[in-house]
Write a protein that binds this ligand. Structure first.
Ligand SMILES: Cc1ncc(COP(=O)(O)O)c(C=O)c1O
Length: 360
């Protein structure tokens, strides 16, 4: 018999906000309550602030829905999922002009923040090992970057006890180059950060200039690696500007992070860390465990985690291909080209012409 009292169950009592209710409720009541709460949020499809993906096609959503219950870390139980994550890493390594065919030169992450933490930890470990081998002190590591970085870099420094050497931006500029960073680098520098697509304007640091400066330092006996934070740019510039060398074509670039959930066109929950080669990942950072059925190696901050967005990334890579991603970037550029004209009338906006700035 149909229930006729359902309205009273969710229209007459306040939503539980502090204590878990003693008794449960009907699925539809719980669903309606959750959905009516988020109805008051902003509409994701109109959210331009985080540049995170808000639309995927039905087939991609089917891949996601069908795999929500698959724990990515359980490689013993889900070896094909692990293989698909590795395929994505290999494709990105190739897209970023990595040399050779390393088996697993990186890892899937929850987003760029986790990828940044892991990439920066690898730099810290490599620096420490080199210092120990040289019989030098290891108690004062620092990391050099411009004030145009995302807050995750300050977070890394605080969480992992590294001195942040954040360099101010020159007036009227929103990126940094070699002359800005060079005075802050010394033998305690674990690495420098270059941003390809800053959070604020989408512009790029002078990665080639920083690379040349680091090459000069190498010539003087100081090997300082560069990590490129390509959270946004990593899925843009390979397609819009294939000749723009910001990646492993530059010898100082040892690791790169990119957000799958930004211009990788996947819903929130996936990022990637890609190393130039296997030597960039210190063995001490890889943990081995065997409680999920076989001996397994992990290099992540999280243990359990979703597989759906990783599988959706692979779906996108093979579904769109390079041509599809290039088309997406062209479409964005076409839309962006309307922005200055349509907005200057208010006098409140200025176009940073980000992609042109990165090209020059
Ligand atoms: C340049 C840059 N780095 C890192 C991040 C952090 O990325 P995520 O939100 O994927 O953790 C962002 C996010 O906007 C970013 O723009």
């Amino acid at each position: 018999m149909a229930r006729v009292t359902i309205a009273e169950q969710y229209l007459t009592a306040p939503a539980p906000v502090r204590h878990m209710p003693e008794e449960g409720t009907e699925p539809r009541v719980a669903q309606t309550l959750v959905e009516s709460e988020v109805l008051l949020d902003g509409d994701p499809s109109k959210n331009l602030a985080t540049f995170v993906t808000t639309h995927m096609e039905p087939e991609a959503r089917a891949v996601i829905a069908d795999n929500l219950h698959r724990n990515w870390i359980d490689h013993a139980e889900y070896p094909r999922t692990a293989e698909i994550a590795n395929r994505c890493v290999r494709m990105l390594h190739h897209l970023f002009h990595g040399d050779g065919e390393p088996e697993a030169p990186g890892t899937a992450t929850v987003g760029s923040s986790e990828a940044v933490m892991l990439g920066a930890l690898a730099m810290k470990w490599r620096w420490r090992t080199a210092r120990e081998q040289a019989g030098k002190p290891t108690d004062r590591p620092n990391l050099v970057y411009g004030a145009d970085v995302h807050v995750v870099w300050d977070k890394f420094c605080r969480y992992f006890d590294v001195e942040p050497r954040q360099v101010d931006l020159a007036p009227g500029r929103y990126t940094v180059g070699p002359d800005d960073l060079r005075p802050h680098i010394d033998e305690n520098t674990i690495g420098v950060v270059g941003v390809v697509g800053t959070t604020f304007t989408g512009e790029c640091d002078d990665i080639a200039g920083i690379d040349a400066m680091l090459a000069e330092l190498r010539g003087q006996g100081l090997d300082v690696p560069m990590h490129v934070d390509a959270a946004s740019g990593g899925f843009v510039f390979p397609f819009s500007d294939p000749d723009f060398a910001w990646d492993f074509r530059l010898p100082s670039v040892r690791s790169i992070n990119v957000s799958g959930h930004k211009f990788g066109l996947v819903y929130p929950g996936v990022g990637w860390l890609v190393f130039r080669d296997e030597h960039q990942l210190p063995e001490e950072l890889v943990f081995y465990e065997d409680y999920l059925g076989e001996r397994d190696a992990t290099f992540t901050l999280n243990f359990s985690g979703g597989s759906a967005m990783i599988l959706a990334q692979y779906y996108n890579l093979i579904r769109h291909g390079r041509a599809g991603y290039a088309s997406m970037v062209r479409a964005m550029e076409a839309n962006a080209s309307h922005w200055p004209g349509s907005s200057t009338s208010t006098g409140r906006w200025r176009s940073s012409a980000a992609s042109r700035a990165c090209r020059s």
